[in-house]
Design a protein around this ligand. Structure first.
Ligand code: PPS
Length: 560
């Protein structure tokens, strides 16, 4: 039923695909229509972004010789000795994980599953051959050589709610849709045709999930020269590591870099790969995938496509003599090298500082600055927390006025009372409802921050873990400054501007923060102000000074 590719796509002078044949799991129109008609009776499974990327490479042969999600025997072979049951080398499990209830309703040998994207479009049919509950700790140990959840691959694996795997052959109805960089997304078959057209026999592939700079251009040029080959810049643009530079920015940078290579020797194509960050196993996997794409060589980095850092956040370097990884600074302590880490680059961009010319090209810097403007042009959340009557709303509205006076970024006030009126009107003051309320505020603030605006939030937010959750949601998207109004409950009660404390004391209002409900003092606030000692304007000015010092307010912006 599978349509195999014609000879031109596996042209004899190109390297044969892994396992000998380039797999194409996409069925023809007639079979697709037949499957669609039958699918009314199939259970449906909605694929995650990661599964969709796996499916895409299964369908187009990037994962040749795999013909579907792995069966138990293949999975175990891969985990234990990196071999499929056919004896062919394969280092990374390609599995579909589902819930127990979904798994238990399946009949191996006869069930078929409609695999759908997030919008419900049926992309493929899985013929269920095996259903089993894997030992995910053992898988983590085998694949990543660690069960520490600090490793992002392990963390993903062990935290998966779906504890069951389903394996079996796949028939593809349509490839997952892409609307961006369409002419850069060449499938293995398309790249092979392209290489044949260009007369490229030897091709060195360069994998990356980061922007490329001078050193990368230099090393790729040298590698290509060394083996007298052409160069395929083949970055992963599927799922990479949380916090990586977004692939849209990366691809625009790669496009600018192409001009640095001798004419007609380098090509750029995007690989829709969901990376596992598996170091040595990942290196082999990448090599096999690139082989399927017609490449003869792969540039392997140290800790290739691995997690990159040890538990203390230090880069690790493999020392061959010792057969061990060591923190980079220990290994390089006696060597003088010019070095700028990705983190330092981001810091320099954040602060609008100079990026040294030895490190990268002016056009790349310009592109990165567009995506990562200095802090005073990024979005920002100022998150107040404190008791009722501590002055949150008053100080927040002074701050709004000051930001409006400066201009440049839109300002939104998410005041506790206002949010409860418009966004959370159905909620009460139980822990569950308070958390939900803060999550909603956090979500809105994160959207505002992501899009370059200023969100000023002023809820009580009494729970530490909920505040931390909001911080974690916003920090990757822009600035997050927590302001704790530490005014004591006695002072707030004396003020009692709304008469709520009197009602709380009388038991008319239940679960009142500070009286009959907890308030967990933060120990991670950037600014702490006791409003017994400051006027609202002075308090707002303290916050402004902090923001200025941290670069969230630009040098030329007048606030007074
Ligand atoms: S929370 O805990 O963050 O969800 O609270 P928040 O959304 O900021 O709402 C606090 C305002 O609601 C009024 N109010 C109460 N506060 C605390 N506890 C109880 N039981 C309660 N009932 C009503 C009160 O006016 C709070 O406003 P502020 O501006 O803080 O005084």
């Amino acid at each position: 039923m599978f349509t195999n590719l014609d000879a031109s796509t596996t042209h004899s002078h190109l390297i044969p695909p892994h396992g000998g044949e380039l797999i194409n799991l996409n069925v023809d129109g007639e079979r697709a229509a037949e499957l669609k008609a039958q699918s009314r009776d199939f259970p449906s499974w909605d694929l995650t972004a990661r599964h969709i990327r796996d499916l895409e490479l299964l369908l187009n042969g990037g994962f040749s010789p795999l013909g579907g999600f792995m069966t138990k025997a293949d999975y175990e072979g891969v985990c234990h000795n990196m071999k499929l049951t056919s004896g062919v080398l394969w280092p990374i499990p390609i599995t579909l994980d589902v819930t127990e209830s979904f798994a238990k309703a399946l009949k191996p040998g006869s069930s078929k599953i409609a695999l759908r994207d997030a919008e419900g479009v049926m992309l493929a049919v899985l013929h269920v051959e095996d259903v089993w509950q894997p030992d995910r700790k053992a898988e983590a140990k085998a694949v990543f050589n660690t069960t520490s959840p600090i490793h992002p691959g392990v963390n993903y694996l062990l935290n998966k709610e779906n504890a069951w795997y389903v394996g079996g052959r796949i028939e593809g109805l349509q490839p997952p849709a892409h609307y961006d960089f369409k002419n850069l997304r060449l499938t293995p078959a398309e790249l092979r045709v392209e290489f044949a057209r260009l007369g490229w026999r030897r091709v060195v592939a360069f994998q990356t999930r980061n922007p490329m700079h001078r050193a990368h251009v230099e090393l790729t040029l040298r590698a290509a020269k060394q083996v007298e080959a052409n160069l395929l810049i083949h970055p992963s643009v599927g799922v990479t590591k949380l916090g990586d530079v977004d692939y849209f920015t990366r691809v625009r940078c790669y496009q600018l870099l192409l001009a640095k290579y001798p004419h007609g020797t380098a090509k750029l194509s995007l690989l829709p790969l969901a990376m596992r960050l598996g170091g040595p196993r990942e290196a082999i996997w990448h090599a096999l995938i690139r082989k399927n794409h017609g490449c003869t060589h792969l540039i392997v980095g140290r800790d290739h496509a691995g997690p990159g850092k040890d538990a203390d956040g230090k880069s690790l370097v493999y020392v061959e003599d010792e057969d061990k990884y060591f923190p980079e600074d220990e290994v390089l302590k006696d060597v003088h090298v010019l070095h700028l880490s990705g983190t330092e680059l981001r810091q320099r961009l954040n602060e609008g500082r100079d990026i040294p010319a030895w490190f990268t090209y002016p056009e790349v810097v310009q592109e990165l600055r567009r995506s990562f403007p200095p802090r005073h042009k990024q979005g920002l959340t100022v998150f107040f927390t404190g008791l009722s009557g501590s002055g949150k709303s008053t100080i927040a509205s002074v701050l709004v006025t000051k930001f409006l006076e400066v201009g440049g970024r839109p300002v939104t006030l998410l005041d506790g009372d206002l949010v409860r009126k418009h966004l959370s009107s159905e909620l009460g003051f139980s822990k569950e409802h308070r958390d939900l309320n803060i999550h909603r505020i956090g979500y809105v603030a994160s959207e505002i921050t992501k899009n370059g605006g200023i969100a000023i939030c002023a809820p009580i937010a009494p729970y530490d873990s909920t505040r931390k959750h909001v911080r974690a949601m916003i920090e990757p998207l822009g600035g997050f400054i927590m302001v704790h109004l530490s005014t004591s409950v006695d002072v707030c009660e004396q003020r009692d501007r709304k008469g709520l404390y009197a009602k709380a004391r009388a038991g008319i209002i239940k679960e009142f923060t500070g009286i009959s409900d907890p308030y967990e003092e933060p120990d991670d606030a950037e600014v702490v102000i006791n409003t017994a000692e400051f006027t609202p304007e002075e308090a707002a000015q303290e916050i402004i000074l902090h923001l200025e010092r941290e670069g969230f307010i630009g040098l030329n912006e007048e606030l007074a």
